[in-house]
Design a protein around this ligand. Structure first.
Ligand SMILES: [Mg+2]
Ligand SMILES: [Zn+2]
Length: 259
């Protein structure tokens, strides 16, 4: 019996992943669709599969399907503060996490596409002792629940709580995950099988674009948060140019999905 993963469906509400396997018996001319939980649903066309020959053809067909699914994914990486949520300085209290009104729609558009929606955020306030890592997690839960009321779901969130010089160990360290270093991107790529060269980073600082460029990704600058100021006062000094400048995350996502 050969099992081939043919689809990987995610329930939008519960986040439950149902893997569907096509099982091909080489010895018997039958062909079953098996769910992960073992329920067998004979397919209508199994009666047609009466020779080993046909079974092998079927395997080849589903092998192609398998390969397609194993292809690397593309992700839209998003900065958090000033990009998905209002830039209010350090978010040292749950009440300060306020996603923009258009953020849910932006993430929802990503959810309906082939792209993954992933947040990468520096939270050096932890290293500086302004708030705890537990608060960062609670803030992310709040952000996710607010986005969920708008029908949107993030595929993952990565944060860096470190700072190279501020505070005390273990948070005071010259880590690989603090943007613009690529640690969070590399971790996400490994975890979700992402092709970074076909992914995009969206942020409100040119450093987000610099990180994108340094890792072979496209970079989009949004004019929310620090974005408009960066464009107005800093653009003469930019070492890299954004692939696109968008009014906000919603316009950025629309541009990415269109191009
Ligand atoms: Mg930002
Ligand atoms: Zn770090």
């Amino acid at each position: 019996m050969i099992r081939v993963l043919c689809s990987d469906r995610k329930d939008k509400e519960t986040g439950t992943v149902t893997e569907t396997y096509h099982c091909i018996s080489v010895l018997f001319p039958s062909f079953f669709l098996l769910s992960k939980h073992g329920t067998q649903a004979p397919q209508a066309h199994r009666t047609l599969l009466y020779s080993l020959n046909l079974n092998l053809r079927c395997f080849a067909l589903h092998g192609t399907c398998y390969n397609t699914l194993m292809e690397k994914k593309r992700a839209i990486f998003m900065d958090r503060d000033g990009t998905l949520s209002h830039e209010v300085g350090y978010i040292n209290d749950l009440s300060r996490m306020r996603p923009y009104a258009f953020s849910a729609e932006a993430v929802q558009l990503i959810n309906r596409s082939i792209w993954l929606a992933i947040v990468v955020t520096n939270q050096a306030g932890v290293a500086r002792g302004y708030f705890t890592e537990e608060l960062v997690k609670e803030v992310h839960q709040r952000m996710e629940s607010i986005l969920a009321t708008g029908g949107a779901k993030l595929d993952d969130i990565f944060y860096c709580p470190h700072h190279p010089t501020a505070g005390e160990p273990p948070y005071r360290r010259d880590c690989e995950c603090r943007k613009p270093k690529p640690g969070m991107l590399l971790k996400a790529a490994e975890k979700h099988n992402i092709d970074l060269s076909r992914s995009v980073m969206v942020g409100d600082k040119i450093s987000d674009v610099e990180m994108a460029k340094a890792n072979g990704m496209a970079g989009v600058l949004v004019l929310t948060g620090y974005g408009r100021g960066e464009l107005t006062y800093q653009s003469d000094n930019w070492q890299v140019q954004p692939d696109h400048v968008a009014e906000n995350i919603l316009e950025a996502v629309k541009w990415i999905l269109k191009n």
